[in-house]
Ligand binder design. Structure first.
Ligand SMILES: Cc1cc2nc3c(=O)[nH]c(=O)nc-3n(C[C@H](O)[C@H](O)[C@H](O)COP(=O)(O)OP(=O)(O)OC[C@H]3O[C@@H](n4cnc5c(N)ncnc54)[C@H](O)[C@@H]3O)c2cc1C
Length: 501
């Protein structure tokens, strides 16, 4: 990665760069020597200031630097990666607390990881899946015609297959770059996914399958989502050559859960930030973006940056918490008032071995009960220890946002024991990541749209406001909501800005 002109170093920027190079660790008293003293406000002048050091912001910075522009990336947290987070375990391993899997057609995150030397490996997918429904557990193979679709009754399967085909067909009619222009956009955007499912997934077991698909894709209940938004999301689950499908969203083999990163997904933003050095400033939550003549003055805690262009690469509800002067157009502000984060957490239990594998199980569960209704085998590629990961989603996450961590742990381990037996009750360690409680994310995996939002406000999603440009996975036309969408949005916004500078 070519570095552009070096920026003047401030103490703060040097620390940010050091932290990024060291793996985005928390700054310590030892590192600063003067940790108790409040840092003097530093200032910089660059071509482009980027708000947010997630995959989107860092990718934009990479491309702008490669084009010879000066940049500063202001990141609120003491680490890069945003919704991509490596949790260090007591046994020295790392497991993913946020974005984790990639799959076919997610070309841009794969290319980025390749460029940084971060290898992938196949998500453990050998053996049978488990369905836990109506108090009964059944194991089923996933190499048949149904793939990983749980074998509910025949009528339900037939109904679900028709529903799935209808959703894919409707999604093909949604232009990914402007879903609000679909011929039936008004009709599809005035109903929730729930009301459409009630009319179409009429067999209860089919409704169950679609509900589970919905919560596992969006971490939102079907009643929270516009049908048009769901169709757009399906359409976006592909690339320029390959239209998206529902199946690609839900599957492990040949789907969005196919691969993981050796060493954990956060290695990608950590290594990317290292190439940017002291351009990345940590612990710098941006508070205001103010126009000053033909420039912008962006004020974060402890640092002020003046730039010709601003890239805001944070989720829409977080962008709404920044003060803008002058005010943003009403449509843009109202859009961000209407794109809440979904609700998600991940719980990972660590064991000496992935013991479920010996029982012929791949660690993947679909369940109609418990705090955890879907699980994955999150063990490292060498299986030197076992890791069971459970998603806590939507209503189930909201019910546990304020619960003591031990309460959540007990609920999760009870679920794991129901699915995998009593051995699951005694992990060697346990980690919990609740995204709703994170100051600079406030939910996840993605912002969601209820009826009326895309058709009324959609055009404001990417439209620059003066010299302020918008990035982040929520602005991507392919793989919106995913790491791939974040990278694509960074690449798109860099081109957009370069065309203007
Ligand atoms: C539990 C969970 C599971 C997921 N699973 C997957 C998966 O398996 N595969 C996949 O591809 N994707 C997954 N995702 C989604 C994926 O992680 C995101 O789509 C992607 O990381 C978003 O990147 P981003 O750069 O657009 O936004 P973010 O990662 O949210 O980055 C935004 C950055 O801006 C910072 N910020 C916020 N406000 C401010 C401010 N005022 N000033 C400065 N900085 C600010 C934040 O700290 C953050 O670092 C998952 C997400 C979650 C939460």
């Amino acid at each position: 990665m070519a570095h552009g002109r070096q920026l003047p170093l401030s103490r703060r920027s040097l620390l940010g760069g050091t932290a990024a190079l060291a793996g985005a660790g928390t700054l310590t008293a030892t590192a600063t020597g003067t940790a108790s003293a409040a840092p003097a406000a530093a200032s910089r002048t660059v071509d482009v200031v980027i708000v947010g050091g997630g995959l989107a912001g860092l990718t934009a910075a990479r491309d702008l630097v490669a084009a010879g522009r000066t940049v500063a990336v202001l990141e609120a947290r003491d680490r890069v990666g945003g919704r991509v987070l490596g949790l260090t375990l007591p046994n020295g391993g790392v497991t993913e607390g946020g974005g984790e899997f990639i799959g076919p057609t997610q070309d841009r995150i794969k290319a980025l990881a390749d460029s940084l030397g971060v290898a992938t490996f196949a998500t453990y997918n050998t053996g049978k899946n488990l369905l836990y429904k109506d108090g009964k557990k059944s194991a089923y193979a996933t190499d048949g015609l149904l793939g990983s679709v749980p074998p509910v009754d025949a009528a339900g399967l037939a109904n679900a297959a028709i529903v799935q085909a209808s959703l894919d067909d409707m999604a093909k009619q949604v232009p990914v770059d402007a879903p609000w222009t679909a011929a039936k956009a008004a009709e599809w955007d005035r109903q929730t996914f729930e009301s459409w499912l009630r009319a179409n997934a009429v067999i209860p077991s089919a409704k169950f399958l679609l509900d589970v698909a919905c919560t596992s894709i969006f971490s939102a209940e079907p009643r929270e989502l516009s049908l048009l938004f769901v169709l757009f999301y399906i359409a976006a689950a592909g690339n320029e050559q390959t239209p998206g499908t529902l199946e690609r969203l839900t599957e492990t083999a040949n789907g969005a859960q196919e691969l993981r990163f050796v060493g954990g997904s956060q290695l990608v933003p950590i290594k990317l930030a290292a190439t940017l050095g002291d351009r990345v400033v940590l612990n710098a939550p941006v508070r205001t973006i103010a126009r000053s003549g033909s420039s912008y003055v962006v004020t974060a805690d402890g640092v002020t940056v003046t730039a010709k262009r601003v890239v805001v690469a944070v989720p829409p509800p977080l962008a709404a918490r920044i003060s803008y002067d002058p005010l943003l157009p009403a449509g843009r502000d109202q859009l961000t008032q209407r794109l809440p984060m979904a609700s998600v957490g991940k719980a990972i239990a660590i064991y000496d071995t992935p013991f479920w594998r010996a029982d012929g199980l791949n660690g993947q569960v679909v369940s109609d009960t418990g705090a955890v209704s879907s699980t994955f085998d999150n063990s490292p590629p060498d299986a030197s220890y076992g890791a069971l990961m459970g998603f806590i989603e939507a209503d189930k996450m909201r019910a546990l946002d304020a619960a003591p961590a031990d309460t959540v742990k007990a609920a999760v381990l009870a679920d794991f024991a129901t699915y995998f037996g009593d051995r699951a009750k005694t992990p060697t360690s346990f980690v919990l990541q609740r995204w709703n409680n994170e100051a600079y994310t406030r939910g996840g995996p993605v912002s969601i749209a209820a009826p009326g939002v895309l058709t009324q406000y959609g055009p404001a999603l990417r439209a620059p406001v003066g010299g302020i440009h918008w990035a982040g996975t929520e602005t991507s036309i392919h793989w919106m909501g995913f790491m791939d969408g974040a990278v694509r949005s960074g690449e798109r916004v860099a081109k957009e800005v370069l065309a203007e500078l």
